[in-house]
Structure formats: C-alpha cells, structure tokens
Design a protein around this ligand. Structure first.
Ligand code: SF4
Length: 128
C-alpha cells in the first residue's frame, strides 16, 4: 500500500510517500533529509503525538489550566490519557512547567502545566 505522510519536523513540510506492507517498508520517496525519513517510518508503524488539553483547577483565578505531555506519546494512547486525567482536580497556585502528573500511564511522559494559575483572591465582604 501507499501512504502519504506530511513531515512536521521542520517548516518545509515535505510530503513523503511511503510504499509499505503491514509490517515492512518497501520504498520511501520525496523526503529531503534523514530526519524526515525516520519520521515517516515512525508515522507508519508507531505514530506519536504531544497531547495538549486542559485540567480542572480548584481555588484558582481560572477554572482550568492548559497542560501538555512533556514529550510525544503513542497516538493510540491519547484517549486513555484523557480518561486518566479527566477526573483529576488540581489545587492552585500552579506554575508554568510544573509537573502535574508524573509518568502518566507508565508512558515515560509527564503532564505539565503550560500556564501559571494564581490562587483566587479572598474576597472580603464589606458593608458600605
Ligand atoms: S523531510 Fe527533512 S526537510 Fe523535509 S520537512 Fe522533514 S525535516 Fe524538513
């Protein structure tokens, strides 16, 4: 079979053509460097993605914090990760880059914050 892969390693975005069977590569065409060739092979047999999503924050100035995986994870585990973090609530304050979930699902990747979330100000009632 033939699969077209758009390389995302650099801004050139080469359209790489891969001729392959279920478990072997026969031919790779139209790549401009070795990184693209490696990426195309990975896309065929083990596609990886960096997950970006949000998580719930308690007592924060914002109700949600944007998060991402610290490195690409297998694409077919993305929904497992979403399920695993769906019920979690974090406590403010949170710092950008802070590890929120370590080694998610044993995939050797952490869930990290991509935004600061300060603690909600205590609003004092006044009787004016
Ligand atoms: S194949 Fe090489 S030159 Fe082309 S997009 Fe990928 S990294 Fe860039």
């Amino acid at each position: 079979m033939r699969t077209n892969v758009t390389c995302i390693i650099c801004p050139l975005g080469c359209r790489i053509r891969v001729v392959h069977s279920k478990d072997a590569i026969q031919r790779i065409e139209d790549y401009q460097c070795g990184k693209g060739k490696d990426y195309a092979v990975q896309e065929i047999f083990n596609p990886m993605r960096t997950l970006t999503t949000t998580m719930v924050v308690r007592n924060g100035q914002l109700p949600l914090v944007s998060v991402k995986t610290s490195k690409p994870v297998p694409r077919d585990r993305i929904f497992d990760i979403m399920d695993a973090i769906a019920g979690l609530e974090l406590e403010a304050p949170l710092a950008i880059g802070e590890i929120l979930v370590e080694d998610i699902l044993g995939l050797n990747a952490n869930i990290v914050a991509t935004k600061h979330v300060l603690r909600k100000y205590d609003v004092k009632k006044c009787n004016l």
